[in-house]
Design a protein around this ligand. Structure first.
Ligand code: ADP
Length: 601
């Protein structure tokens, strides 16, 4: 976590954000609080004093009644305004704040390097920031307005009390001590408890998500994994319980002292003290006693409110610290925003003695890899599972930076280019693609289609990936929503059809380098061969990297790199590697035999 920023700057940070999004909301919040405190001071002091003074000075009933009716009209109008703010204006602006603030969090989450998703601390900070944004922004507004107005109202009430009795002010400080001292201890304990629970809570969230998402529905029904998930859930649940139990005695003790100081000392103390002055020492008028006790109740509630607000100001600050920590997380994958965009078409792409270890891992996944691709060469990466093929293409796309060595595009280190324009060079299709609950056209374009040309592009891409006929047969064609999560008329397609839609993304994009990472794993061999031919045809004149577990596809490549344990062990054309009679040739023959068996069977 970054260095602590301080309570005031943290709260100011949120106020500035809110001011930029919706300044009217800040004004409304202050007005509400000002009305609330004015009413309080008016009814508990001004009105009591006025009525007692009016009776003493012999004002008529009519005059007093007029004053009371006038004040009732004023506060009635204020009440109407309060209702409007609470029921109409606040919910609307809350939704706006939530949308904009969460938008910032999502933007950040989309920018951070992939490695962050494997870092538990980052994940904790992110989930906590997202969980808190909805309530925290409005809480900061409310507490700031409350604090300012309570200070003003509190001073007003205390001046009135001081004018009657100097010493009574001492009693007034006790709710402050109770709420502020013990209350902030209480809240620090709750925060620490929340912090300790967050990793357990994430387990619960994970299980909730998995059980809810359609992606996992089949496996959950067809296997024993649900029991494992339940166990994870129970672990999370009992983890939270253990933390809560451990904190319980301290939380209860602090809460007890908080109540004693907040209520008992002031209520009973002031009452006894002013009764003594009225009845025993006879130094206080009955009317002064009435004003004092009424002001005492008012002062204590104002101070309780003030200390609660101050505690919340501190409490908010802790959460804002977390939010700021997340938003100001310095992305380790350095962009060079002033750098050039890569020249097109791509002349060469080279890995020069590249080694890579995943963050937190101890052994390298890639060791001393050197590969050079020129012009429109088609490169196949082959090898057993875990050899490092996917990691290599992740490095190519600059999703990770290597620990040693360099990647060069047109002879220049890829870190020199603007990250966005470098990544935009790639047209990609992956084995672990994701289909979004959006229309087919949006899933292919990965944005909203706007022009006729966009629709044409989607159709063309679907034809190339071999799924156009299926999509055209759906009731709304390419405007059909995929999955039924949000739309009852949504389409549910087969795994292979979804995969073809994911492949169409690459065809719909204007790319300079193609990367296909087993994009055909859900297809049968005939469809796979067809899609590879389409892919290679669509990539005419452009460099292509592809990974395929079926080596028959590798025969389509200009050059093959065989990887094992993160190093290149063989390289050459298919014919050269077969002639070499090494591991590639062995693997190819075994696959061919297996295929012949399957076809013969
Ligand atoms: P391939 O594509 O050849 O099957 P990968 O590149 O996916 O191989 O994986 C290579 C090795 O890197 C595997 O041992 C895998 O466990 C490890 N690995 C992959 N992704 C990660 C990750 N995000 N964090 C840590 N290790 C990983």
């Amino acid at each position: 976590m970054n260095k602590q920023s301080g309570v005031f700057p943290n709260n100011l940070f949120i106020l500035k954000l809110v001011f930029r999004i919706c300044p009217g909301r800040i004004a409304a919040e202050f007005l509400l609080k000002a009305i609330g405190y004015t009413a309080w001071v008016f009814y508990s002091i001004v009105l009591v004093k006025y009525v007692l003074h009016a009776i003493e000075t012999g004002q008529s009933f009519g005059e007093i009644a007029l004053f009371i009716t006038g004040s009732a009209l004023f506060f009635g109008t204020c009440n109407w305004f309060e209702q409007w703010v609470e029921t109409s204006y606040k919910p609307k602006t809350d939704a706006l704040l939530f949308e904009k603030l969460n938008g910032q969090l999502y933007d950040k989450a989309a920018q951070v390097e992939l490695a962050c998703y494997e870092d538990a601390e980052f994940y904790n900070r992110y989930t906590m920031a997202v969980k808190e944004t909805e309530t925290r922004a409005s809480s900061v507004l409310e507490t700031t307005a409350d604090t300012v107005c309570a200070v003003i109202a509190g001073i007003g009430v205390m001046v009135n009390m001081y004018m009657i009795d100097h010493w009574v002010i001492l009693f007034v400080l006790s709710p402050f001590v109770g709420k502020f001292l013990f209350g902030s201890m209480h809240n620090r304990l709750l925060y620490a408890r929340d912090q300790e629970s967050v990793s357990h809570r994430r387990k619960l969230d994970y299980v909730n998500r998995v059980v809810y998402l359609q992606d996992y529905a089949k496996e959950i029904r067809m296997s024993g994994i649900f029991r494992v998930l339940k166990k994870t859930y129970e672990e999370g649940y009992s983890g939270i319980n253990t933390v809560v139990r451990r904190f319980a005695p301290r939380v209860a003790g602090v809460h007890f002292w908080q109540n004693i100081f907040t209520f008992l000392v002031i209520f009973q103390g002031v009452l006894l003290y002013s009764l003594y002055r009225t009845m025993v020492s006879r130094t206080l008028e009955v009317s002064e006693f009435a004003v004092l006790t009424s002001a005492m109740v008012s002062a204590s509630w104002i101070l309780i409110g003030l200390s609660e607000s101050l505690i919340k100001v501190f409490q908010n600050s802790l959460y804002i610290e977390n939010l700021r920590g997340f938003l100001s997380y310095e992305i380790k994958m350095k962009d060079n925003p002033e750098g050039p965009a890569p020249a097109k078409p791509v002349q060469s792409l080279e890995l020069n003695r590249v080694s890579f270890t995943y963050p937190g891992a101890s052994t390298p996944v890639l060791r001393d890899i050197s590969i050079r691709i020129e012009g429109s060469e088609k490169i196949a990466l082959v090898g057993h599972n875990g050899a490092g093929k996917t990691t290599l293409v992740k490095l190519l796309m600059r999703l990770y930076d290597p620990n040693h060595g360099q990647l060069l595009l047109n002879g220049r280190d890829i870190r020199d280019y603007r990250l966005g324009s470098y990544r935009a060079l790639f047209g990609t299709a992956f084995q672990d693609f994701r289909i979004f609950a959006m229309t087919v056209a949006e899933n292919v374009l990965m944005r909203q289609p706007v022009t006729a040309a966009d629709y044409h592009c989607v159709r063309d891409a679907l034809v190339k990936s071999g799924v156009y006929d299926k999509v055209a047969s759906l009731p709304k064609g390419i405007d059909t929503v995929l999955t039924r999560e949000f739309d009852e008329d949504g389409a549910v397609l087969s795994g292979g059809e979804y995969q073809k839609i994911a492949v169409a993304r690459a065809f719909a994009k204007e790319f300079e380098i193609a990367v296909f990472d087993e994009p055909s794993s859900a297809l049968d061999p005939v469809a796979e061969y067809g899609i590879y031919q389409s892919m290679l045809a669509a990539c005419q004149g452009k460099p292509v990297f592809f990974i395929s577990h079926r080596l028959s596809m590798a025969t389509l490549a200009d050059r093959i790199y065989m990887l094992e344990n993160g190093t290149v062990i063989e390289t050459g054309t298919h014919d050269q590697l077969m002639a070499l009679n090494g591991k590639y040739a062995d693997m190819f023959r075994k696959q061919a035999e297996k295929y012949a068996e399957e076809v013969g069977a």
